[in-house]
Design a binder for this molecule. Structure first.
Ligand code: MN
Length: 431
């Protein structure tokens, strides 16, 4: 099945601003609420959102075997279940419909009015119903930094780390789309030099710069996914902020790993960029030494060159870019993660989400969390308004962006941007 949607020379009749994340070569998938309060599956070119449910009803996908209501849904799960061949047919067809040389929809004003929306007419939703969420811990630099700070600089990486894509099961119930504010969590911590734990708002709220991949139904219970097939079951990727409370984490994480320090919120960018769209940006990951066990050995380029950055903005203040990293720094790639996740027969479903783990580079300006950037708060970050941050303050907004660029095409993920609110205060019941 040729992937004609990636043709770098194609232009759209929808105008695309310079440096847009969404040229016609991207064609991501998302779910949005329209100006008429209808929920639909859609895509985006430039700053125009496209209602795929309406396009399908108008007959624009007649040559593709799709059920009538496949895009008239509030999640992408069923479409993702249709599999890679269908994703490709649909993306290729969308590229054709919006190609500058195709005048069918371009010249049909009535249809255009039904199908096209400006961004201020829509509200993006979570793109999938996430059944299960797993978070890996796959950046060697991040694991080394955290191990150095939390445990022992001489044994920063635990003995299993270079052999296993380490991960834990998180909560899907608290994953929210960009734009939804997050409350500072309360919890139990053990202050330095104290002998008893205390309860209260976390003092060390942090972001984690991650990406996540979304799977399709991949296997039967008991059936491992071979590493060479793993990418066939990955629909696409989003930016992922795995909000973390470092003081709660430090006290609770032994021996079973993160729990309440992580499950109060994670936020995702709303457009899923398909693995197909990312194809031109394949690259090699870091060399793996020691060589992993055979079920984790892979051939070819399994990493992707995705530039990542994080802005921190005070309430009503200007943003400061506080880090720049890249998805290609990940030691363990997505194929290894999915092969490992299922090697014991664990079943993976459509709409499952797998976080990469914090993506830190090797230099201090490329670290993927405040914990590392400020080295536990010892080296505060200077903001452009003159204030300093050790961790995230109430009222601050964390914005993550990601894009790929070669000499012909730039595609990106848009952003995931969420504000940190003070702790949740239950309403007092009046008597
Ligand atoms: Mn994480």
């Amino acid at each position: 099945m040729p992937d004609t949607a990636n043709n770098p020379n194609r232009k759209s009749w929808i105008s695309v601003p310079t440096d847009s994340d969404f040229p016609i070569q991207n064609i991501p998938f998302g779910v949005f609420l329209t100006r008429d309060d209808v929920i639909t599956i859609g895509t985006r070119i430039g700053d125009i959102a496209i209602d795929l449910g309406a396009l399908h009803q108008l007959g624009y996908f007649n040559e593709i075997p799709l059920t009538d209501d496949i895009f008239l849904q509030d999640t992408l799960n069923d479409f993702i279940s249709d599999g890679k061949k269908t994703w490709r047919l649909v993306r290729n067809r969308i590229a054709e419909i919006f190609d500058v040389k195709n005048e069918t929809l371009k010249n049909n004003e009535e249809h255009r009015k039904i199908v096209l929306f400006t961004l201020d007419e829509i509200e993006m939703q979570l793109p999938v119903q996430i059944g299960d969420y797993t978070d890996f811990y796959s950046s060697k630099e991040h694991a080394t930094n955290v191990g150095t700070m939390f445990r022992d600089p001489d044994n920063a990486l635990l003995p299993n780390w270079l052999h296993i894509p380490v991960g834990y099961h998180g909560r899907s119930s608290s994953i929210v789309p960009s734009g939804i504010p997050i409350h500072r969590p309360k919890g139990q911590t053990m202050p330095a030099d104290a002998s008893e734990p205390v309860f209260g708002p976390s003092k060390l709220v942090d972001f984690e710069l991650e990406m996540a991949f979304i799977t399709t139904d991949a296997n039967l219970l008991g059936e491992p996914i071979p590493i060479e097939e793993a990418e066939d079951y990955i629909f696409g990727m989003v930016l992922f902020n795995d909000w973390s409370a470092r003081d709660i984490q430090k006290w609770e994480y032994v021996p079973l790993g993160p729990f309440l320090a992580k499950n109060f919120a994670s936020s995702v960018s709303p457009w899923i960029v398909t693995l197909d769209a990312l194809e031109p940006f394949r690259t090699d990951g870091p060399k793996q030494d020691p060589k992993p066990l055979p079920y984790l050995n892979y051939k070819g380029k399994k990493s992707f060159d995705i530039n990542l950055e994080v802005d921190l903005s005070p309430e009503n203040g200007a943003p400061t870019t506080i880090t720049k990293s890249n998805f290609k720094y990940m030691y363990w790639n997505m194929s290894q993660q999915l092969a490992h996740h299922t090697i014991n027969g664990c079943k993976v479903n459509s709409g499952d989400m797998m976080g990469s783990g914090t993506i830190s580079g090797s230099t201090p300006d490329s670290y993927g969390s405040m914990l590392e950037l400020t080295w536990k708060g010892e080296k505060p970050i200077k903001m452009s308004d003159g204030t300093e941050r050790k961790f995230i303050n109430d009222g601050d907004t964390v914005t993550m962006r990601g894009y790929c660029k070669n000499d012909k095409v730039r595609i990106g993920f848009g952003e995931v941007s969420n504000k940190l609110l003070p702790p949740f205060n239950p309403k007092k019941v009046k008597k």
